[in-house]
Design a protein around this ligand. Structure first.
Ligand SMILES: Cc1ncc(COP(=O)(O)O)c(C=O)c1O
Length: 427
């Protein structure tokens, strides 16, 4: 087996399942390196959405007729699949939302609304996406709570262990933390943070938007109280997200949103909440999104989450090795020899070139990468002190030649901006 090759995963076979990957723009094949923003979708997921509308489109939980029963069953079955996928106790612990952002907001609006008081501490980290900062800022303002941040270490790559200890000593009510950074690619040991946080009586929310799609994740092993992730980053459609929460907590928490479906009975004065998980899903949900997410989970399981993780590790290591040979290119996050703590996200910059120019030149080469603050302004602007970064990110359908295309596009950027290949002379 050649190190860094596509041999271990049948990437060519996988790619045939993704119609968009056959796209040719201006004579150049699409090289998609932005799966951290959203993943591409396999034919089976696209077909599941189309099949729902062609064959059994009906509202769920309400009809006694066949297509409504079929739609209800397919929607609920997908929750059972998602529950098994992350090893939740049952589908009662799986609430469908629109995305990871809404899942975190739902915790802030329900559990945190009922449990956080003036002066309480909320612990986040400097790695967080806006989705795991702003809902807490809104809540903290409303409640008079205090937000603290676990700092990065001096390499700006991983969380500082001393900072974790220091902040936990403030006895936060909740620790809300990412499992994989969408900027640095850092994989956080959320299991050990959850253990320490629980020992101090804190609840733990894991933002798994960048982990659940890319590696085996087991909520019971981590022992988190809440976990949030998005369907669209894991081969599913947009508009469907997941909030996992422990059953006991959901039972003790009042719903934040009211309306149809989340009730058992309603009177003029009051209502009785529905059973879990419907208690937290008000109104008609994204039925086809839920069904298609179940199909996406089937697809990921068939390939195997450990196989996907191993493939991304190989690609990331290969890419880091190639980037290290480039003069005038800086890479952020854990080193290649720390690959167990790094996911397939690589933020980089080319000296003297704005990341938006980098991304535009990549685009001319048919390569889709992202440039900007990656919805993590506190990290990018305040901690890394950069206005923006370029970012490439991998998934199961990326191959070594995609990395090679990115490296050659870096050469093109340098040619256009006439950056001297000083370091190449050293090699
Ligand atoms: C770490 C992380 N958390 C949360 C989110 C928010 O995901 P969504 O926009 O699907 O809600 C993202 C999206 O990029 C992310 O990378």
């Amino acid at each position: 087996m050649v190190k860094g090759s596509d041999m271990e995963l049948d990437v060519n076979g996988i790619r045939r399942d993704f119609p968009i990957l056959g796209t040719v723009q201006d004579g150049k094949p699409l090289v998609y390196l932005d799966s951290a923003a959203t993943s591409q979708k396999p034919k089976k997921v696209i077909a599941a959405i189309s099949r729902y509308y062609r064959k059994y489109n009906a509202n769920i939980h309400r009809g006694v007729y066949k297509i409504s029963i079929e739609a209800s069953e397919a929607y609920e079955k997908s929750k059972t699949k998602v529950a098994k996928f992350i090893n939740a106790g049952s589908m009662e612990e799986i609430i469908y939302t629109r995305n990871a952002t809404e899942s975190i907001n739902l915790v802030a609006l329900s559990w945190a609304e009922q449990n956080i008081r003036s002066g309480d501490h909320i612990l986040l980290s400097e790695l967080e996406h806006h989705s795991n900062i702003v809902p807490w800022q809104i809540l903290a303002k409303r409640k008079g709570a205090v937000i603290d941040y676990i700092r990065l270490d001096s390499d700006m790559a991983e969380l500082d262990a001393a900072s974790v200890d220091r902040e936990l000593k403030k006895n936060p009510k909740i620790v809300a933390i990412t499992q994989a950074s969408n900027v640095l690619g850092t994989i956080v040991d959320v299991k050990s943070i959850a253990k320490e946080a629980h020992a101090r009586g804190a609840a733990v929310l894991v933002d798994a938007a960048q982990s659940v799609p890319h590696m085996p994740v087991d909520v019971r092993d981590i022992d988190c109280d809440f976990m949030a992730f998005s369907g669209h980053k894991m081969l599913g459609p947009t508009g469907i997200g997941v909030l996992y929460a422990k059953k006991r907590i959901l039972e003790e928490t009042s719903p934040a949103l009211g309306g149809g479906d989340m009730i058992k009975t309603v009177g003029f004065e009051t209502f009785v909440s529905n059973d879990l998980p419907w208690k937290f899903e008000a109104g008609t949900p994204n039925i086809e999104g839920g069904i298609a997410l179940g199909v996406a989970v089937d697809y990921l399981k068939r390939i195997g989450m450990q196989n996907i993780r191993d493939h991304e590790k190989r690609l990331t290591k290969y890419a880091l090795g190639q980037l290290a040979k480039q003069s005038g290119v800086s890479v952020f996050g854990p080193d290649a020899d720390d690959i167990d703590h790094r996911c397939g996200v690589i933020s980089f910059e080319i000296d003297g070139v704005h990341p938006h120019d980098v991304a535009s030149i990549f685009d001319q080469e048919g390569i889709a990468i992202r440039a900007g603050h990656h919805c993590a302004m506190p990290l990018v602007v305040n901690v890394l002190k950069r206005p923006a970064l370029s970012r490439m990110s991998f998934y199961l359908y990326n191959k070594q030649s995609d990395v090679d295309a990115a490296i050659s596009a870096i050469g093109q950027v340098k040619r256009i901006f006439k950056i001297k290949e000083a370091a190449q002379a050293k090699v």
